[in-house]
Design a protein around this ligand. Structure first.
Ligand code: KG4
Ligand code: ZN
Length: 334
């Protein structure tokens, strides 16, 4: 029986990534060229710098993926690429490369939504059980998404202001920690205590939406006031207190949404899924329930192309193909 090999490209933000996925579930090659060092001195991702790096890296990363797989492009069945959302200039590099490859080698072209990719990272570990609830927590997104079948996504909760990862990065910046702040705040949080008891923002009683900008401001104000009064706050305690608030709200709302919708499986996706506090809290909350909790390994939580290849397989099987008019779409809907 013939296997399907998808070559996937992801350039939506600051990682130039190419992967080759077999039958939607098996990683044959997974190359990620990170630009973090180039953005660190600016304290965040600079779109122009990101685009230029993608242009410089993409051909090398493509070649490296094929080498890692010991395959030639002729053996590939389809080319997939992140179409959006993301930084337009960054997305354009991936989309142009994918179109050029598909055109030159006469391969089908598939456009993938970045968040569908984050969700499908979990399918590289285990098969989905529907109905399924995905908690998507990244630098740009915080959403609860209900799936009744492959390729169907219903947003049942979302942030009204900052994304969880964005809040982490902003708090980290105020604490003078290096970019990206999430991993550093996570590390410090485990060395401190929730002594500051920041508010937990639940919104309306039955709301599955989130809001993190008030929490972010509470942390910034606390730091500012302490500074003015000459008080020293332990940075470990600030991190622990901030993380306790974020994790409690994410965990409770996910648990509530999972029960309301009688889902069989809960999956966590996006960069913040790498957070140790969140992983532990969710594991404890769903322990002793008959809902299966799945969190991808650390390397598949942050941006990569393997997840784009996994999501593309569903589109490939449904016969969904992009045409040459496909364009980078920073505001693409799921
Ligand atoms: O999914 P991702 O790689 O890129 C986007 O699509 O946004 O997520 C990046 C975000 C950043 O905000 C980063 O600070 C956060 O994920 N992040 C974490 C951790 N690792 C990455 N946040 C909290 N704890 C972590 N361990
Ligand atoms: Zn992402």
């Amino acid at each position: 029986e013939h296997s399907t090999y998808i070559l996937a490209i992801e350039t939506s933000c600051d990682e130039t990534a190419v992967a080759i996925i077999k039958d939607g579930t098996e990683v044959i090659a997974n190359v990620v060229a990170s630009q973090i060092k180039s953005h660190q001195r600016f304290g965040g991702v600079v779109p122009e710098v990101a685009s230029r790096h993608h242009v410089e890296q993409i051909t090398y990363v493509l070649e490296q993926a094929l080498t890692e797989a010991t395959m030639t492009i002729e053996e590939i069945d389809a080319i997939a690429v992140t179409e959006g959302p993301g930084l337009v200039g960054a997305l354009l590099v991936g989309v142009s490369a994918a179109k050029a490859l598909a055109f030159a080698h006469q391969k089908p072209l598939i456009g993938v939504h970045h968040i569908a990719g984050h969700i499908y990272a979990n399918r590289l570990q285990e098969e989905f059980s529907f109905p399924l609830l995905a908690l998507v927590v990244s630098g740009g997104h915080t959403e609860l998404i209900l799936m009744n079948e492959h390729g169907s996504f219903e947003v049942i909760g979302e942030t009204r202001d900052d994304a969880a990862g964005e809040a982490y990065d902003k708090v980290a910046r105020t604490m003078h920690l290096p970019y990206p702040g999430g991993p550093e705040v996570d590390r410090l949080a485990h060395l401190g205590q929730d002594t500051l008891q920041f508010p937990r923002v639940w919104l309306e009683e039955d709301s599955l939406d989130f809001s993190f900008s008030g929490l972010k401001s509470a942390v910034i104000n606390k730091l500012h006031n302490a500074d003015q009064q000459g008080l020293i706050l332990k940075k470990e305690d600030i991190a622990a207190s901030f993380q306790a608030s974020v994790v409690e709200v994410l965990t409770e709302k996910t648990y509530r949404a999972a029960n309301q919708n009688r889902v069989k499986q809960v999956i966590v996706a996006g960069g913040v899924a790498a957070n140790k506090g969140l992983r532990t809290a969710l594991a404890e909350r769903f322990d002793q329930t008959d809902i299966q909790l799945s969190i991808p390994p650390f390397a598949l939580c942050t941006d990569n192309a393997a997840m784009i290849g996994a999501a593309a397989m569903v589109a490939y099987q449904k016969g969904n193909r992009a045409d040459w008019a496909m364009n980078a779409n920073p505001g693409l809907d799921l």
